[in-house]
Design a protein around this ligand. Structure first.
Ligand SMILES: Nc1nc2c(ncn2[C@@H]2O[C@H](COP(=O)(O)OP(=O)(O)OP(=O)(O)O)[C@@H](O)[C@H]2O)c(=O)[nH]1
Ligand SMILES: [Mg+2]
Length: 130
């Protein structure tokens, strides 16, 4: 009974949580982007030149307030920043089913990797639908 009430309470009164996956090639800037989002939300963040390569994943939850003319509504976003090295890409698909959205980060300065980006994007986006 208690868990039923708790479930009801969470459904109707707790802020909704949206899960966002951050993927892309190694060194594309995924963790840098997440670090920037933390900085903007006034969460603790690390110095931008001290960001280590991601092994596994970084999880960060940030609270937001959606504002429009009629109402203010709180919501949370959980970001999953996954490692982008070739050996780690196979785990990306395990998170597809649970996330509400995907950010695919591309380093626009590395033109020598655009073919790899294209192939990677096609391959891993294809896995969402199949
Ligand atoms: N100049 C510049 N450097 C960036 C930018 N984004 C990332 N970098 C640098 O690129 C390098 C890699 O960035 P990360 O954020 O660690 O890349 P990542 O996509 O998380 O890489 P993995 O964790 O290996 O998958 C770091 O040295 C960053 O400082 C950017 O927008 N501008
Ligand atoms: Mg990273």
């Amino acid at each position: 009974m208690i868990s039923l009430i708790k479930g009801f309470w969470q459904k109707y009164f707790d802020p909704p949580i949206y899960k966002i996956l951050i993927i892309g090639l190694d060194g594309a800037g995924k963790t840098t982007l997440l670090n920037k989002l933390k900085q903007l939300a006034k969460h603790p963040f690390i110095q931008f030149d001290k960001i280590p390569k991601t092994v596994g994943l970084n999880i960060t939850e940030i609270d937001y307030m959606a504002s429009n003319r009629s109402m203010n509504k709180k919501y949370k976003v959980t970001y999953w920043d996954l490692g982008g090295s070739q050996t780690q890409r196979s785990i990306w698909k395990k998170y597809y089913g649970e996330c509400h959205g995907i950010i695919f980060v591309v380093d626009g300065n590395k033109s020598e990797r655009w073919d790899e980006v294209r192939n990677c994007f096609k391959y891993y986006m294809h896995l969402i639908f199949w």
